[in-house]
Ligand binder design. Structure first.
Ligand code: G3P
Length: 217
């Protein structure tokens, strides 16, 4: 399973990259705004910097919602670096844009996926990744993990190459359950990834080893 970090924060991206387990980065307009990025040049520069810090696929989301604007914007984003994956929203014009980029050999991530039907359409249009939003489904009392399972079954039935990129991750349990189901990728805030490290018996065991190591001189 690939691990992406879901942030536009350069420090957190660096920290995850330094861990040695990072496979990519996902961003969205909200995450970019949170970092105070504003204006086209600043946005393009920020993506360039992310590509210099992190290895692997870097999802850069279009800000527009019409086919013509999305393909113009996506072409500009894709020109930044070969690792850029153009992130397109799950709307009718988005499907057309996914097909356009697929024909052109530009990689895409279809975002805001909340149903198996949406994932199927995105895969048919040639998306490289679909991003089902687990946490936001859980927030409205719908089990987001069921959606990951449904998409896994459908993609396996027809051997779609499209990868399931589980997004809107809120906890280490989301990551573990995605791994059990067979999501190809999780994209997560850094804290949920780091929380996978924690176990009280590890802390207790290490404290004992450190104490005993002192006895060994
Ligand atoms: O990047 C898309 C997704 O991961 C957003 O997550 O926490 O805003 O629901 P969240």
């Amino acid at each position: 399973m690939k691990f992406f970090i879901d942030t536009a924060n350069l420090e957190q991206i660096k920290e995850a990259q330094d861990l040695g387990i990072l496979d990519g980065v996902t961003t969205n307009p909200s995450l970019m705004a949170k970092e105070g990025i504003s204006g086209k040049e600043a946005i393009l520069n920020h993506y360039k910097t992310i590509c210099e810090i992190a290895d692997g696929d870097i999802s850069a989301e279009v800000l527009s919602t019409t086919y013509e604007e999305m393909i113009k914007e996506g072409d500009e984003l894709a020109a930044i670096h070969p690792n850029i994956v153009v992130k397109i929203p799950m709307i009718k014009d988005g499907i057309k844009a996914l097909k356009y980029f697929s024909n052109k050999g530009i990689r895409t991530n279809c975002t805001l996926i909340f149903s198996a039907g949406q994932a199927l359409l995105a895969a048919k249009a040639g998306a490289n990744y679909v991003s089902p939003f687990l946490g936001r489904l859980d927030d409205i009392s719908v089990d987001g993990m069921n959606l990951i399972e449904e998409i896994r079954i459908i993609f396996d039935n027809y051997m779609f190459d499209t990868e399931i990129l589980a997004a809107s991750i809120r906890s280490p349990m989301h990551i573990i359950n995605c791994a059990k189901i067979g999501a190809d990728v999780i994209t997560s805030p850094l804290d949920s990834i780091l929380n996978l490290l924690n176990h009280p018996l590890t802390d207790k065991g290490l404290a004992q080893f450190v104490a005993d190591a002192k006895k060994l001189g």
